[in-house]
Design a protein around this ligand. Structure first.
Ligand code: M6R
Length: 606
């Protein structure tokens, strides 16, 4: 995600900002910029790396002891120099940096355009700068307070005014922000590592906090500008630990981010009792003309496509297939203008996925990209794109992107079903209701990760692993097995539970572990019988079962219960224990979890 650094003190701000931004580089970004107030307010920003920013700064005189720095990971508008932060207000007297997404920025932008304002960028952030200027009457704190009252979405925002050179103001909601206290100098940052070399005294801000940062003080206010007290924490982490947010590996950190990812992926798409995709331009006439749907992708993204295939047929009653992208173009599939092709890719740069996309387009299919990285090749080449907003994924093993892919696919199918009149208002509102509880349910699972670690510690002698499930639990089994293979190097296969007895059962011995995913209500009893077949051959069974299904305890060796959720929504959170199994298995074997052997994060060869 984007990074924020702010400094006010008696030193030169620029080296401190650049140093802080470099400490946030691990988070991933596509552009960087700084704003400093000296004799005047100056902004320098660029697409690319911080080294590109440093090169640009060689030609600029940026002196001053108050400033803000930002690394951007694009969400609104492609990565380029203009869309990079900081953003200036129309008169260039206010400057803003922002992490997060302003959901209602289009409405606000329209309102400002009506009043005669002219915008320079495609970002949601620019609207914030313009609004603050609109409300500014000599007190930046009051102008920020009035502005945030109008904002919907998630944000950590920092603002300076060239008319008030002794302060900057920052505010947060659903996007991290901390303040650091020094001697005659103070700091802010989106993540502690950025400012850790300068201070260990940190205030972790809470939702709704507005701070007034000056050289000698930091005052914290609530949304009505009542002064409040926040504890100062002493942080004694090493920088490398802090970059991983205290987690041992990025993979674990990213799994723990999944509750937030679930919330962000539905932002602006699940409102009141309805599901909508304001970014999509799909006519009913076109939807009615579709006679087949493909999901093409590789690896984990392909497994998200398997989920899409099941749900497309269930809700839309249109024949659907999930295809591994590297096979798609070599087998002469039936494609024409009535074909809808979903192209799923976290990176948006996977060569096989891009080739499948080009092949499908050439044959006349309409294409919708489901991607994470804004401006990536897939997003540029598809007809329309839907972002999953999972934030940068650093570990090679894809975890949070899968969660967001599955979530967005389900929401898209629900949205299309509604447009096609195949979903009643009541069904839609029930789904929305379930979605609204999902973040908390996901959190309750990650908080029980020690149960998984404990189970894994009993599996040292395991030589063979099968993941079994039926229907959507089968789709999850495929993903569980891939995760285990790629980071723990333990052989694993995902199988439809009913298929085990048609061959693989011959491999089941007391040294086999079978992970049975048994959360899909209508087929629970069937999977239970398959588990009994495994037990009869001496295999060890860990069941991932839905709360309340206690019969399973009589059969499985161990059960990890996941919270009750509607069958079709369950996979979004039920994958979490599977990801944790792979993580702890690899950890127990002392492996390089974030960079498994022979694998790359983005596969740009055929
Ligand atoms: O960036 P993409 O989603 O296109 O990547 C596709 C696969 O290479 C990727 O999911 C891979 O399988 C992961 N390492 C799985 O964890």
């Amino acid at each position: 995600m984007c990074g924020i650094v702010g400094y006010i003190g008696n030193k030169d701000a620029l080296p401190i900002l650049i140093d802080g931004l470099k400490r946030l580089e691990y988070r991933g970004y596509d552009s960087a910029g700084v704003a400093i107030i000296g004799d005047d307010l100056k902004v320098v920003k660029t697409q690319g790396r911080i080294s590109d920013l440093e090169n640009k700064l060689k030609n600029e005189e940026l002196k001053g002891s108050i400033g803000l720095g930002h690394t951007r990971w694009a969400t609104h508008g492609v990565p380029n120099d203009v869309n990079a932060h900081p953003h200036l207000s129309e008169s260039k007297s206010i400057v803003v940096i922002h992490n997060g997404i302003i959901e209602n920025y289009l409405e606000l932008k329209k309102m400002l355009v009506k009043e005669g304002r002219t915008f320079r960028t495609d970002t949601d952030t620019e609207v914030i700068a313009y609004l603050i200027e609109e409300f500014y009457e000599g007190d930046l704190l009051k102008a920020v307070k009035k502005t945030v009252e109008l904002l919907e979405g998630s944000y950590a925002i920092a603002v300076m005014s060239k008319n008030e050179r002794d302060r900057f103001v920052a505010v947060r909601k659903d996007s991290p922000l901390v303040a650091g206290l020094g001697q005659g100098e103070n700091f802010i940052a989106s993540d502690i590592p950025a400012i850790l070399p300068y201070t260990k005294n940190i205030i972790i801000l809470e939702n709704g906090d507005i701070i007034d940062v000056r050289r000698e003080s930091i005052n914290v206010y609530d949304k009505n500008l009542n002064l409040i007290t926040r504890n100062i924490k002493r942080i004694d982490w090493r920088i490398e630990d802090a970059q991983k947010g205290g987690f041992k590996h990025f993979m674990l950190k990213e799994i723990f981010e999944e509750p937030d990812v679930i919330r962000e992926a539905m932002r602006g798409r699940v409102r009141d009792a309805v599901v909508e995709f304001p970014e999509l331009n799909i006519s009913l006439e076109y939807l009615k003309s579709i006679n087949q749907v493909y999901f093409v992708a590789c690896g984990t993204a392909y497994h998200a496509g398997v989920f899409g295939k099941y749900l497309t047929e269930k809700y839309l009653r249109i024949p659907a297939q999930a295809e591994v992208a590297s096979e798609f173009r070599y087998r002469d599939p039936v494609i024409d203008e009535h074909t809808l092709l979903f192209v799923i890719s976290q990176s948006g740069e996977t060569t096989d996925t891009l080739a499948a996309l080009r092949f499908g387009k050439e044959k006349g299919a309409r294409t919708i990209g489901i991607a994470n990285v804004v401006g990536s090749s897939v997003t540029r080449e598809v007809d329309q794109v839907v972002y999953i907003h999972a934030g940068p994924e650093i570990a090679v093993a894809s975890t949070k992107a899968y969660v967001a892919q599955v979530e967005v696919i389900l929401l898209l199918i629900v949205y299309f079903a509604k447009l096609l009149g195949k979903l009643t208002k009541e069904e839609e509102s029930n789904i929305v209701n379930d979605f609204q509880k999902l973040e908390e349910k996901a959190r309750s699972i990650v908080l029980r990760s020690n149960e998984i670690a404990d189970f894994v510690s009993t599996t040292k002698s395991i030589e063979e692993t099968f993941y079994i499930g039926r229907n959507l639990d089968f789709a999850l089994s495929l993903e569980g097995a891939l995760k285990l293979k790629e980071i723990s190097y333990v052989h694993a296969e995902g199988y439809p539970a009913g298929e085990l007895k048609h061959g693989p059962l011959a491999l089941v011995t007391p040294n086999s572990l079978v992970i049975a995913v048994i959360t899909y209500g209508p087929l629970k009893e069937k999977t239970l019988s398959n588990i009994k077949e495994v037990k009869a051959r001496g295999g060890k069974v860990l069941a991932i079962a839905q709360e309340g299904y206690n019969t399973i305890e009589e059969v499985a060796d161990r059960v990890f219960y996941v919270p009750k959720v509607a069958n079709d929504i369950g996979p979004i959170i039920n994958v979490i224990p599977l990801q944790l199994i792979a993580y702890y298995m690899a950890e127990a074997r002392g492996l390089d979890i974030d960079k498994p052997r022979n694998l790359a994060k983005s596969v740009t060869v055929e």
